[in-house]
Design a protein around this ligand. Structure first.
Ligand code: MV4
Length: 495
């Protein structure tokens, strides 16, 4: 089966990223867009485009019927869902197939099994995958909870089976809190997810979040593409990701990789997926869940393996065999990604959407920018405020860090506040450079006033912004040249 035309059921940077790979393969691309994205780069970059409705996602990017109809109308062969939106919806995977199209991703059964944390854990247990000690299956009553709590130590963590990304979690510090916590967790889970099932685990106090990329073809071949370290996050939103992890030995990498491959095999997984683990202080690892999509942070894996994950996904969807085996793969250098959000790190990371007055990307050897905007464009309020992903590749971690700091300084964005200065703060922190951090890094070390610069650099940026505002040209849509030259000499984003 050869794919000749792909519809990309997504927007922004990931839509563009998928289209680039498709084009390199000689495959035509179709963009879908909401009314808010009419003039977005992903629409112009595609060979064809279809408007699928008003700005709210529920009426456009999340509307399966409209997306599938757009694929029919354009005679597309396949749909790539990207991440977010419909990417992990088993009904969508099924409906795409039923419509006679190829879904570039796993099938509904694998998504369903991994979509429920409980069924994922139950399946993993059968195959002796290491799990955090906890309840076998759902907790349905207080007495169930008490029985489980007797066997594992406090503090405990109650998790919603239908939850994910930290939603529906509750720490229980002592026996006296158990009754109220269980009752609340079940009713919250019911109202948030329509499913009251919760389970209990021992609370791992200082974990690192490590995930393993896997890729599986439809002929039973599964390999892992090493790990990504994703411990630097803020309220379950990842901020900085890197590959490889600085604390994982080749032996541990091998063990976790094998384990991830087993998880993929036990759900007959096909396509690219990610197996998430917690790593405790003693380097014990525990399977948490599997993400059945291409992830935001996939580029760091591409940088260290030399693979193009989207091309691999497309080849797998065409029914081709993987062109490499585990032994063909090795890690080359070190890669770091920072997520550039239109958020104000000095004001509790409140989204700061609006117009990108100045937008100048960093360049140079080993620097990659995956973005979906251009200078003069407005970041819509309807979607995730991600402006771009800045990715670097160096020969080792130290070089990658200095390259990233340089790239952040070279990145000039005005008009909206961004998380760049915050990323710079993290990259310079000795807990980060020394590799001794866990998922509590931001909570432990960051206070908003740490970003107020001491010297003149920030004054220069402020002056430039004032100057920009004074000389601003009338707003006539896309402003390509404008006054931006006036602020380029200043280095911004420093802390
Ligand atoms: C945990 C944990 C500690 N102990 N489970 C958060 C999201 C979800 N995927 C699992 N999460 C956690 N599960 C046990 N038994 C701590 C977290 C956690 C976390 C995990 C990964 C990345 C960031 C995190 C931030 C806070 C808590």
């Amino acid at each position: 089966m050869t794919i000749k035309k792909i519809l990309i059921a997504n927007r922004g940077e990931i839509a563009l990223r998928i289209m680039r790979s498709a084009r390199e393969m000689g495959i035509a691309t179709v963009a879908v867009y909401s009314e808010a994205d009419r003039s977005s780069p992903h629409v112009r970059y595609a060979d064809e485009s279809v408007c699928i409705g008003p700005p709210p996602s529920s009426q456009s990017y999340l509307d399966m019927k409209k997306v599938i109809e757009a694929a029919w109308k354009t005679k597309s062969d396949a749909i790539h869902p990207g991440y977010g939106f419909l990417s992990e919806n088993p009904v969508f995977s099924k409906e795409v197939k039923r419509a006679g199209l190829i879904f570039i991703g796993p099938d509904a059964a694998a998504m369903e099994m991994m979509g429920s944390k409980l069924s994922a854990k139950t399946a993993a247990k059968k195959f002796n995958i290491p799990l955090v000690p906890g309840s076998d299956g759902a907790i349905n009553s207080l007495s169930d909870a008490i029985d489980v709590a007797e066997q594992i130590e406090y503090p405990l963590l109650i998790k919603a089976s239908a939850g994910g990304g930290g939603k529906g979690m509750r720490i229980v510090n002592k026996k006296e809190e158990l009754e109220e916590s269980i009752t609340r967790a079940m009713s919250e889970s019911q109202s948030a997810f329509g499913d009251p099932s919760v389970f209990i685990e021992r609370y791992v106090a200082s974990p690192r979040h490590i995930e393993v990329q896997i890729i599986a073809d439809s002929h039973g071949n599964v390999v892992h593409l090493f790990e990504r370290e994703c411990s630097i996050q803020r309220r379950h939103q990842k901020v900085i990701e890197e590959a490889p992890s600085s604390i994982i030995s080749p032996e541990l990498r091998n063990k976790m990789g094998q384990c991830a491959v087993q998880v993929a095999k036990l759900c007959n997984y096909i396509n690219a997926g990610t197996v998430e683990f917690l790593l405790d202080e003693n380097l014990n690892f525990y399977f948490l869940e599997m993400n059945t999509r291409l992830q935001v942070e996939h580029p760091v894996t591409e940088m260290i393996t030399g693979l193009d994950l989207v091309k691999e996904q497309i080849r797998i969807a065409e029914g081709k065999k993987l062109s490499f085996s585990q032994n063909d793969l090795s890690i080359n250098g070190h890669s770091i990604e920072v997520r550039v959000y239109a958020e104000d790190p000095q004001n509790n990371f409140l989204p700061d959407t609006g117009k990108l007055h100045t937008y100048l990307r960093p360049q140079g050897n080993g620097v990659r920018v995956d973005d979906g905007f251009e200078q003069g464009m407005t970041i819509p309020v309807y979607y995730d405020p991600l402006i771009s992903k800045l990715i670097v590749h160096g020969k080792n971690r130290k070089e990658a860090i200095s390259k990233m700091l340089r790239a952040i300084e070279d990145y000039v964005i005005s008009g909206v506040k961004t998380t760049l200065p915050f990323c710079s703060f993290v990259l310079k922190h000795e807990a980060f450079t020394g590799g001794s951090f866990d998922t509590h890094f931001v909570q432990d070390y960051f206070k908003p006033d740490m970003l107020i610069a001491s010297g003149g650099e920030n004054m220069a940026a402020l002056f430039a912004t004032i100057q920009f505002e004074l000389h601003k040209k009338p707003d006539n849509g896309v402003e390509r040249n404008g006054v931006s030259e006036e602020i380029t000499p200043w280095r911004r984003n420093r802390v």
